[in-house]
Design a protein around this ligand. Structure first.
Ligand SMILES: [Fe+2]
Ligand SMILES: [Fe+2]
Length: 301
């Protein structure tokens, strides 16, 4: 299929995606969603053993990922030393304080059913530092920013799906206090994070504009480097699989992959007709579930 010209590509992106609109969105979101407070939460759990059995791994995993926001901010500085003012406003004043509170709230819940926090990894990896160095090469900053926004969009969308299912599951168990005062309020903040990454990616590809080679390189790198949220090694991939099974992602895995890939399908793969879900995302989910299943059966992974 013929490549779209830069002008056609810009017009293919929704009109709302402008840098001024993005700025307004961040300011409004900051005003409407202050960080959640632990004092406002009711941590009563009716049946701690049952919650631990069913969702212990989920709370443990989500707590770790939320608290690793601290590392994400450091990574961001290494990756994009020249972040835009809107980026900075979002990361420092909105996103990072909100995610930190999500971690603190989830941690308080898991301690209530006797779980200890998983070790967080706050070290910026050599890989990220290398990418930060590459960002100084001509044209590379645009590619790296796009990959960063796509990763953010996939992560936040995964969070929306996970928290939605967790709220439903807790309600069904009659655990209304933690469902309504912890997980549901967290869940309400995640779509705003997703919207930020989506709009940022759309502004970058549309208003700011990326050339064909930049988009092509982004496709190659995305395919090769995609990783599920919170996964840096095999054990963590199996842990993600535990979460996926507890939240029943395995019942409709293609739909989950469709949600996670929403923005990259639109911006990277729209020309590949019939591509409902990028293969690398579905494969990563399948592998996580297979590892988790093997580990539960007592196999070495
Ligand atoms: Fe969060
Ligand atoms: Fe988030």
């Amino acid at each position: 299929m013929a490549q779209l010209s830069a002008r056609e590509r810009r017009s293919a992106v929704p009109r709302r995606a402008s840098s001024a609109g993005l700025r307004r969105f961040v300011e409004d979101f900051a005003e409407e969603h202050p960080p959640l407070s632990l004092d406002a939460a009711d941590l009563t759990i009716k049946d701690p053993d049952q919650v631990r059995r069913r969702y212990g791994g989920v709370f443990n995993y989500l707590t770790r990922v939320e608290l690793e926001v601290e590392r994400n901010v450091l990574e961001l500085r290494a990756l994009m030393p020249d972040a835009t003012e809107t980026d900075r406003l979002f990361y420092h004043d909105v996103w990072s304080p909100q995610e930190l509170q999500h971690g603190i709230l989830l941690d308080a819940v898991q301690q209530g059913f006797g779980m200890t926090p998983a070790a967080t990894d706050l070290e910026v990896s050599a890989k990220i530092r290398l990418v930060g160095v590459l960002s100084h090469l001509p044209g590379m900053l645009g590619v790296i920013r796009l990959l960063y926004y796509l990763t953010g969009a996939a992560t936040e969308r995964s969070a929306v799906v996970a928290y939605t299912r967790l709220v439903d599951g807790l309600r069904a168990m009659g655990e209304h206090a933690i469902a309504e005062t912890v997980v549901a309020p967290i869940r309400r903040q995640e779509p705003g994070h997703f919207a930020f990454y989506r709009l940022s990616a759309e502004v970058l590809v549309g208003e700011e504009g990326l050339s064909d080679w930049q988009l092509q390189l982004a496709r190659i790198l995305r395919r090769r480097s995609f990783e599920l949220v919170g996964v840096n090694n095999r054990r963590q991939r199996a842990d993600f699989g535990d979460v996926a099974r507890a939240l029943e992602f395995d019942r409709d895995l293609v739909e989950v992959a469709r949600q996670v890939s929403l923005v990259e399908r639109e911006l990277l793969w729209a020309q590949q007709q019939g591509l409902k879900v990028p293969r690398y995302i579905l494969a990563a989910l399948e592998e996580a579930i297979a590892l988790s299943t093997a580990r539960s059966a007592g196999l070495e992974i």
